[in-house]
Design a binder for this molecule. Structure first.
Ligand code: GLU
Length: 284
């Protein structure tokens, strides 16, 4: 008997240059695949055409190669997968699991302004009565598709049946068998008005399509696993094992951000830092 399959991925969005935090994340996933005798995939999460740039994708690949990582070709680019996301959305739509949301950013801001006690008082998005929806559609108003948590809960026979395995840790040390709580995120958007898809839908569809068995990523995305677990159940997709890792922090204790241009990997390289020195510093 061979070892069980182990497929993991690094899934950056080409909206900026990689920094030390990304290096830690990519190296962690790569090391996990190597140690398990498994496969390491690179996925370019470029659905947001307005924010993603081909030059960042090129720079990301240069940085990862400099770090000593190798990945399988062809690289999956989410902008080439819109038909697959559309099919998943259509599946959910025909089963009554999503609804059109015509709310604008201004509606949400107005709600926040009105709500005396913060987020909890905001109007919850909800399915519109058919006549109102027909009127807005006839007016040509743009809409997003939201997941109906109520319909989803009925479809899966209760959220308490949904669990996932966490082999790393969530931000509060969550580990082991985790009961999924998709209700905490509410009726999430599955197709943005401007894009026709959302991060959650694309990730759930692609992790399954690529045969990812282990999702290795920062613990800032632990909450996303709860929603993605529900989408896996609704779309009849396998659930990978999750390995969320702690976020690498800057010396001042803050998170690295794409706007910290002085800390990009390209910048470190230009200053003569070697990949070996960076790997030693990061301990991966
Ligand atoms: N594209 C996401 C990011 O750059 C990561 C998605 C994931 O690992 O699930 O933060």
């Amino acid at each position: 008997m061979g070892r069980p399959p182990f497929v993991t991925r690094f899934a950056p969005s080409p909206t900026g240059c990689l920094h030390r935090g990304h290096a830690f994340s990519a190296l962690t996933a790569f090391a996990a695949a190597r140690d398990a005798g498994g496969r390491f995939l690179l996925r370019i999460e470029d659905i947001d055409a307005g924010r993603c740039r081909p030059e960042y994708e090129t720079a990301i690949k240069e940085d990862l190669a400099w770090l000593g990582l190798t990945w399988e070709e062809p690289v999956l680019r989410q902008s080439e997968r819109l038909a697959a996301y559309g099919a998943a959305l259509e599946n959910l739509r025909t089963r009554g699991l999503i609804y059109r949301c015509f709310r604008t950013r201004k509606d949400s801001l107005d709600d926040i302004g009105r709500a005396p006690h913060g987020a909890a008082d905001r109007a919850t998005p909800r399915r519109l009565p058919p006549a109102d929806e027909a009127r807005l559609l006839a007016e040509g108003r743009p809409f997003a598709w939201r997941l109906s948590l109520g319909a989803a809960e009925r479809a899966v026979g209760g959220f308490s049946r949904l669990t996932f395995e966490e082999e790393g840790a969530g931000p509060a040390g969550e580990r082991g068998t985790i009961a999924a709580r998709p209700d905490l995120a509410g009726d999430v958007i599955l197709a943005r008005k401007d894009l026709g898809v959302s991060y959650h839908l694309a990730v759930a569809v692609d992790d399954a399509w690529q045969g990812v068995t282990h999702v290795s990523r920062g613990c800032d995305l632990f909450a996303a696993a709860h929603t993605q677990r529900l989408l896996q159940a609704l779309l009849d997709l396998p659930t990978p094992v999750y390995r969320h890792h702690p976020l690498l922090l800057r010396p001042d204790g803050k998170r690295f951000a794409k706007r910290d241009t002085a800390e990009t990997l390209a910048d470190l390289r230009a200053r003569g830092v070697t990949a070996a020195a960076l790997r030693a510093e990061l301990g991966v």
